[in-house]
Write a protein that binds this ligand. Structure first.
Ligand code: CA
Ligand code: CA
Length: 244
């Protein structure tokens, strides 16, 4: 090869080195990447465009579904918990309402009884009516008289009733007032004649009951004991008070 031919070959190589083949890919010049995929039967290779956006979409849907399922399950659990809690609270409220209704019924009945006037000659205190025997009688006669009136010799159940009886004594100038407590059947065991129940509340005077002379089995309120209780022979004649 002579010198002229060598220069021509070098020139051509130089031109090719600066052609479009060596230029970087511009936006307009780029094409989708095509990847060869293989069909099932392996006979015909396929060219399919690898669609990344579709895969992203499927992935997103999968994640969304997974989140939805998880969220719905949790939501379901929370709703169930709340429902159970509400059911329990409603049940509790119904129970309270029922007990309030019963209580209200009792209160209404008590209010009616308190507001109901006593018969002529009887005095009202709380929900009961009282009759002060005008004459003095023995225990047996007092008990009988109260029973004949559809009542019983007074049963003093608490301090307020006891205090009221003391005021009745003072107001009516009564020195000794018989009440319905006795230990006739068993010395020292005090019971109410009205229902044979054990005597709970007491207001014995100092040193009482002393069963003086081994013959004191009937109780009274006694002015000399500051209107507190004393035991005395049941045969003693004294004022008495009936209750119903
Ligand atoms: Ca006695
Ligand atoms: Ca006594």
């Amino acid at each position: 090869m002579d010198a002229r031919k060598v220069y021509i070959v070098l020139f051509v190589v130089h031109i090719m080195g600066h052609s479009n083949l060596a230029k970087p890919c511009s936006d307009s010049g780029c094409r989708s990447v095509k990847m060869p995929l293989v069909s099932d039967n392996l006979k015909a290779p396929l060219l399919a465009e690898l669609d990344v956006s579709m895969i992203n979409q499927q992935l997103k849907e999968y994640i969304d579904d997974s989140i939805n399922v998880t969220f719905i399950d949790r939501f379901h659990d929370v709703v169930e918990e709340k429902q159970e809690s509400l059911k329990s609270k409603v049940s509790e409220i119904y129970k309270r309402l029922a007990s309030m209704s019963v209580w209200n019924g009792k209160l209404s009945k008590q209010f009616l009884e308190m507001s109901r006037p006593c018969e002529k000659g009887w005095i009202k205190f709380g929900i009961h009516c009282y009759y002060i025997g005008p004459d003095t009688k023995t225990w047996d006669d007092s008990v009988t008289d109260c029973q004949r009136k559809g009542s019983y010799l007074v049963k003093v159940e608490d301090a307020s009733e006891n205090l009221w009886l003391q005021t009745v004594m003072i107001a009516n100038n009564i020195d000794i007032l018989r009440i319905g407590a006795h230990d006739i059947h068993h010395e020292g065991t005090w019971r109410w004649i009205s229902d044979n129940s054990a005597v709970g509340y007491t207001n014995w005077g100092g040193g009482q009951p002393d069963d003086a002379g081994a013959n004191e089995d009937c109780a009274e309120l006694w002015k000399a004991a500051s209107y507190r209780w004393n035991d005395r022979p049941c045969s003693y004649l004294m004022r008495y008070i009936c209750e119903k």
